[in-house]
Design a protein around this ligand. Structure first.
Ligand code: ADP
Length: 459
């Protein structure tokens, strides 16, 4: 967007300024030339289609290479972004040299494409000049012959020649414009390709607003695949009563995060249905569904914005008191008070950095502020230090009351207090019940438990 749109708008500026004026000038001078000597004018015009064909092929070449230039610029930006975001790993694994070489190679490719665009653009004018001069010389010889044989006066000759010179000026400018439009189209096509993408998940035309969930969440024979014929979740059926605390456990790749994505309707199920209070989530508006769900993820992502904005997110009617209360409930207020500008402190480049545990507490405050009916903790406590974990567990104990909570957890210490545990294995539901019950009935759960007892589940 940052390079394609400026490229597109550069062409648009020229179109509005030149694309009307120059053709009008060309038509006016052409009429004048026709009035002076129509035969000679038509002969002159024979070269125009040839020039047009040339221009067209040059324009195509420019567009093709301009597109490659833009794509290459994105590649370069991607390399810069990954290098800077992963700078700690880059240094720790001595990758500076390798990434430098990668950058240089991509940069050279960019230079090559840009040089091609410049070369074709620069060649356009000399080519057009040759046409113009060639046509001018031809016409001059022919008209000189006509003057000598008495079929044309010197006055007409001079007037015709002046009109011709005036005609070639707009043609030359239109040739430049042609190249500019070609580069502009390259940017435009890329931008519109993106803008034309239709989101695969949309509200259905008859979608209704989902009232606050009060009864249950139900999965009925749900199957889902990211790639065709590669089911990640297979025929899942279970019901969670409102207010229940559910832990989702299973080996890495079992489908835990996918199940959460389906609850948020980030994807639609391929078979079966998910319903909230008996309503299929494909038949409710996405806003009314997602506004009822609070999500805390493992990486506790914070936006480059103030601490307050990180808590209230997109709520246009947020009240300061509610933000402070959410932060207090998440035990984040304790450290926010010590930041330079407290809730107005900027996070991110140009602002402050926070520890993992602090970021988690802000992420939790964000979820608490939303006052969701359903809370999802996606491995939210996996990387926490003992102190932060104890803060968050305390916060959750109060906050989860009266809300349906899904906790993806690898540490069994974090799921001790849940109502029921949902065990996934290779996309299938292989157990759903209380810990003691599952220890007796589910060998897979037993296995997971023992692995954890031996020092943590493989992730
Ligand atoms: P878990 O959270 O239990 O570790 P996931 O739900 O993340 O498991 O993944 C389940 C399976 O789906 C894995 O085999 C994973 O490779 C695959 N998967 C996850 N996300 C995607 C995706 N966006 N596209 C394709 N496959 C994916």
């Amino acid at each position: 967007f940052m390079s394609d749109i400026p490229m597109m708008s550069k062409g648009l500026h020229s179109i509005f300024s030149k694309a009307i004026r120059e053709p009008l000038k060309a038509i006016a001078t052409m009429i004048l030339a026709l009035l002076i000597n129509w035969e000679l004018t038509l002969i002159t015009c024979i070269v125009l289609p040839i020039g047009g064909i040339f221009l067209r092929s040059l324009g195509k070449k420019i567009k093709r290479n301009a597109k490659k230039t833009l794509k290459q610029r994105s590649n370069l930006l991607a390399i810069l972004q990954e290098t800077f975001t992963g700078i700690r790993l880059v240094k720790a694994y001595l990758m500076e040299q390798k990434l430098h070489q990668k950058f240089v190679a991509e940069n050279r490719a960019l230079l090559r494409y840009e040089m091609k665009v410049i070369a074709v653009d620069s060649a356009t004018n000399p080519i057009m000049e040759t046409f113009v001069v060639g046509a001018g010389v031809g016409v001059m010889l022919f008209s000189a012959h006509q003057v000598l044989s008495g079929r044309m006066t010197i006055g007409d000759f001079s007037a015709f020649y002046a009109a011709l010179a005036a005609l070639f000026d707009p043609i030359r400018k239109l040739a430049d414009l042609n190249n500019l439009i070609a580069t502009s189209l390259a940017g435009g096509e890329r931008v519109f390709e993106l803008m034309d993408v239709v989101p695969s998940i949309q509200d259905s035309p008859d979608a209704v607003v989902l009232s606050p969930v009060q009864k249950s969440i139900c999965f009925e024979h749900v199957s889902f695949a990211y790639q065709p014929n590669d089911l990640v979740l297979k025929d899942l059926s279970f019901t969670v009563q409102h207010g229940e605390k559910i832990a989702i456990v299973g080996k890495s790749g079992a489908g835990k995060s996918t199940l959460i994505s389906l609850l948020l309707r980030l994807y639609d199920v391929q078979e079966g249905a998910i319903s909230f209070d008996g309503l299929d989530i494909r038949k409710v508006t996405m806003d009314s569904l997602r506004s009822q769900i609070g999500l805390v993820t493992q990486e506790a992502f914070l936006f480059n914005d103030t601490i307050a904005a990180n808590i209230f997110c997109a709520d246009p009617h947020h009240e300061d008191e509610a933000i402070y209360k959410a932060a207090q409930d998440a035990y984040a207020d304790i450290f926010i008070q010590h930041l330079g500008k407290q809730y107005e402190t900027l996070y991110g480049p140009g602002g402050i950095d926070l520890s993992g545990g602090q970021k988690h507490r802000i992420a939790l405050a964000r979820a608490i502020f939303k006052q969701p009916k359903i809370l999802i903790l996606d491995e939210a406590m996996a990387n926490l230090d003992a102190e932060s974990e104890s803060y968050i567990l305390r916060a959750l104990e109060t906050f989860t009351k009266g809300r349906t909570t899904f906790i993806i957890a690898h540490r069994f210490s974090t799921i001790q207090k849940v109502d029921r545990i949902l065990v996934l294995d290779n996309g299938m539901l292989v157990g759903f019940g209380k810990h003691a019950e599952l220890m007796k009935t589910s060998p897979i759960y037993q296995n997971l438990y023992e692995l954890q007892a031996l020092g943590g589940l493989p992730t």
